[in-house]
Design a binder for this molecule. Structure first.
Ligand SMILES: O=C(O)C(=O)C[C@]1(C(=O)O)C=C[C@@H](O)C=C1
Length: 321
């Protein structure tokens, strides 16, 4: 059966590159899905809602950028609504171009359209080369390019900006002229994307896995966050991302989005999740999945599966008397 993959579109987004790279890497694997069908959505919310309604089988969405940090739209969409889980990750190197319609010189560019995360990564270049240009937010970098292309956006090609910050491929797709290349402020910028699915069979444990959770505290008090973090520390679990997001219920009310090393089938991870379940108002499990870089988790001394199994066997023997 063909897998229907949703992604943040239109064609030519970095998210589509991530999906393409995922599909290519998994084409011949045990879960081979051929090239699948790729369905573009206008926003992360639309893609994840379609997934919740079972209109697609999985969705590729951006979650974290090495320059601008977490992608709030994704973190928030995963934090509420019917549960979804991450089943894989893809890291994509990010390079931006500034593109415009033929005949537009760089000096005449007064306004620039792009995705907010892209704008944050080219702000320095803009200050240096187009300090007077105003920023026009678009739903993705490719949507910004499409707005300038012949087919145009809903306004028939008269976008509300003169140039777009996008991937080179999006400029090519829409017949735009590239005014400047490599305009990102940081060489080596990377965005991490995740493949999200409805809960089902978990990806197998590989020894090089990550787990993602969203934690909601019981109350706001001294040491509350420390109590959550302790659950990882005492079991030798390394966190790879920690972000707070407003719960949106009241000012000052936050939840915590965390990625950490290990798989829910690792004993130390299971014990940490049980500890979190005791101390949190809600623990939203958002999946265990293989790391893209394949880096094996370094298991801290005395936190192996055998160590936990040995301790449990000891307790069982005490209880038996
Ligand atoms: O607009 C795109 O092309 C996207 O895929 C979204 C997105 C993001 O959300 O961070 C992805 C990578 C880039 O860092 C900029 C924008």
């Amino acid at each position: 059966m063909t897998t229907r993959y949703g992604y943040l579109g239109p064609e030519g987004t970095f998210t589509q590159m991530a999906l393409q790279s995922w599909v290519t890497a998994h084409e011949d694997g045990p879960d081979a899905a051929g090239t699948g069908e790729q369905v573009p959505f206008g926003s992360v919310d639309q893609a994840l809602d379609a997934l919740r309604r079972s209109e697609i089988d999985a969705a590729m969405v951006p979650i974290e950028n090495s320059v601008e940090g977490g992608v709030s739209a994704t973190l928030d969409a995963l934090a509420s609504g019917d549960p979804l889980v991450v089943t894989g990750e893809v890291n994509v190197p990010i390079t931006f171009v500034l593109a415009a319609r033929a005949g537009m010189p760089l000096a005449d560019v007064r306004s620039v359209g792009t995705h907010s995360h892209a704008w944050a990564q080219v702000r320095g270049w803009m200050d240096a080369h187009l300090p007077a240009a105003t920023y026009v937010p678009t739903l993705s970098t490719a949507a910004a390019a499409a707005g300038l292309g012949d087919a145009g956006g809903s306004d028939g090609g008269r976008a509300a900006y003169d140039a777009a910050v996008c991937a080179p491929v999006a400029a090519t797709n829409h017949g735009l002229t590239v005014l400047a290349t490599d305009i990102g402020d940081r060489v080596g910028a990377v965005t991490r994307f995740v493949l999200v699915a409805r809960p089902g069979a978990l990806p197998e444990r590989t020894g090089a896995d990550k787990t993602t959770v969203m934690l909601f505290q019981r109350d706001d008090r001294a040491g509350g966050l420390l109590e959550l973090l302790e659950q990882f520390a005492v079991r030798g679990i390394n966190m790879t991302r920690l972000e707070s997001r407003p719960t949106k219920e009241s000012l000052g009310s936050y939840c915590f989005s965390i990625d950490f090393e290990g798989h829910v089938w690792d004993e130390r991870v299971g014990e940490a999740l049980m500890g979190l379940k005791r101390v949190c108002a809600e623990v939203r499990f958002l999946g265990s999945y293989p790391r893209e870089d394949g880096a094996q988790v370094e298991v801290a001394p005395l936190t192996t599966d055998e160590d936990f199994a040995g301790a449990r066997a000891w307790l069982t023997s005490l209880r038996r008397g």
